[in-house]
Write a protein that binds this ligand. Structure first.
Ligand SMILES: [Fe+2]
Length: 491
């Protein structure tokens, strides 16, 4: 599909005093940059040292075509390196076969989650969707990885973001294995726990769905993997982690008939639906054995992203973003449609009682939210504060336009961005040497639709007081997830 460049019309809207929408922030950033940020409002804290990585689709168009889904844009990592009160920026695409070959050809060559290759039946017949390596990133065990749940990780150089190659943990990830974008580091052991939703074998009734759970030691070794059989192929994007358990919500967003996908006549996105007759199941997996130990059931719905999770006596508490539909998929299929709205879900807290089997759920805040984050050193332990990207009605609410800081007591502080500025996943970065949960900063990349440039905003986490805004020389296309490490890798 060919559509006009939305950023190009920003100036016209500004002339008409119309608040520009978020869609210009999805235009390509084809160029790769590396420079010190010098357009600064405020002061960069000198006790903030480390690297803030982010990942997301850097382009939605190739040649004259637009990809068929936001999820199919090629992964582009950004690195903000903090050192002695200065910040260096770099962005670089992951050199997957899809990126390399489509860049050379300037046209769509690979199928995606929602993209079909133009040219008819044979172009898609029995072709697997490509892995765009575009969803998240992690630095663990000496490896910087670009992650997408449809494939294996891609390993990058942490300093210059050059691509090293697809990464299998020395063969620990096998041929058909996939690896989610939402692995978590266990606070006490330092293990990186991740999973992949896929096929665990074939039976008389066809392929058997399963979750494969992986344990990666702090030295970067994939030490254990185990399959947990499940009844249906789930849309399972994220999970929650306590000290002793991994929690998987198998919800009401389901894959329909996959035969047309295999034969190439329809995309995966075409075959995903929300089925309100399917209750949501919660699978409790013991981290010691990687075995399923209990299953809970609750009302229909789906959890896309999780906040923290922890244990209180017999109870497991799980924070996450709940949705009761999958209408957002229509927006994601046609990202430049000016009427499309990128929304969030409801911030919910579930309590599962392992002894009685009881399950309860309560809404934590009323504001539409997504991308819940917290100080990741508190993963699996009761934390005090969660941050979210949220949408408030202000006449420019087509994307996330506010940051929310929510305490355990339910106090929600909403920090609204000026109209025409659109936010992203806020991420906590600890102050150098910090030992308290809230001792650090909140980092957020914001797209300024007025100038079609992005900026990095820094807030003091305890108060959300503004510390600094650093303007980039260009925009960064709206991204998904990031990761902060106190290490600095600049050569
Ligand atoms: Fe995600």
């Amino acid at each position: 599909m060919t559509v006009p460049n939305t950023a190009a019309s920003t100036a016209a809207r500004r002339g008409a005093n119309e608040v520009p929408g978020c869609h210009g922030g999805l235009e390509n950033l084809d160029e790769e940059h590396a420079y010190w940020l010098d357009d600064i409002d405020g002061e960069v804290p000198r006790d903030l040292t480390g690297t803030f990585y982010r990942n997301g689709p850097g382009r939605q168009r190739i040649g004259q075509s637009q990809y068929g889904h936001w999820f199919d844009g090629d992964g582009m990592l950004c690195a903000f390196s903090f050192l002695d009160g200065r910040v260096h920026f770099r962005n670089r695409y992951v050199r997957t076969p899809k990126y390399v070959e489509e860049t050379a050809a300037q046209r769509v060559l690979y199928r995606g989650f929602g993209t079909q290759v133009p040219g008819g039946f044979w172009k898609n017949f029995l072709k697997m969707p490509a892995n765009p390596a575009n969803t998240s990133t992690v630095w663990h065990g000496g490896h910087l990885l670009a992650l997408n749940e449809g494939g294996k990780p891609w390993k990058l150089d942490p300093a210059d973001l050059s691509t090293i190659g697809e990464y299998t943990y020395d063969g620990g990830l096998q041929r058909a294995d996939v690896f989610s974008a939402h692995g978590k580091v266990h606070a006490a052991s330092g293990d990186y726990i991740n999973f992949g939703a896929g096929i665990g074998g074939f039976g008389l009734s066809g392929p058997k769905p399963c979750l494969t759970i992986y344990r990666i030691r702090p030295d970067g070794r994939l030490a254990e993997r185990k399959q947990v059989p499940i009844a249906t192929f789930p849309f399972c994007h994220d999970f929650a982690l306590t000290d002793r358990y991994a929690l998987f919500f198998i919800g009401s967003i389901v894959f329909g008939n996959m035969v047309p996908v295999i034969f190439g006549t329809r995309s995966i996105s075409d075959q995903i639906t929300f089925d309100p007759s399917i209750p949501m199941k919660v699978l409790v997996v013991d981290l010691k054995t990687l075995e399923l130990v209990k299953t809970f059931e609750t009302s229909p719905g789906a959890m896309i992203h999780f906040g923290n999770s922890w244990e209180e006596g017999d109870e497991i508490v799980i924070d996450g973003m709940f949705t009761d539909n999958f209408e957002a998929n229509q927006t994601l299929i046609d990202v430049f449609n000016p009427s499309g709205k990128f929304g969030g879900g409801s911030y919910m807290r579930y309590r599962l009682n392992r002894a009685t089997g009881a399950l309860s759920a309560e809404k934590v805040t009323a504001t539409e939210s997504e991308f819940p984050t917290f100080n990741s050193a508190w993963t699996g332990q009761r934390n005090e504060v969660t941050y979210t990207a949220c949408s408030v009605k202000n006449g420019a609410d087509s994307f996330f336009n506010a940051i929310q800081r929510i305490t355990q007591g339910g106090d929600a502080q909403v920090l609204e961005l000026p109209k025409g500025l659109y936010g992203s996943e806020p991420l906590f970065a600890p102050r150098a040497g910090a030992t308290e949960e809230g001792d650090g900063y909140v980092l957020e990349v914001v797209y300024d639709a007025w100038s079609h440039r992005s900026e990095l905003q820094i807030y003091r986490a305890a108060t959300m007081a503004h510390e600094a805004t650093l303007k980039l020389r260009h925009h960064i296309p709206h991204q998904f997830h990031g990761h902060f490490t106190p290490s600095v890798f600049m050569h």
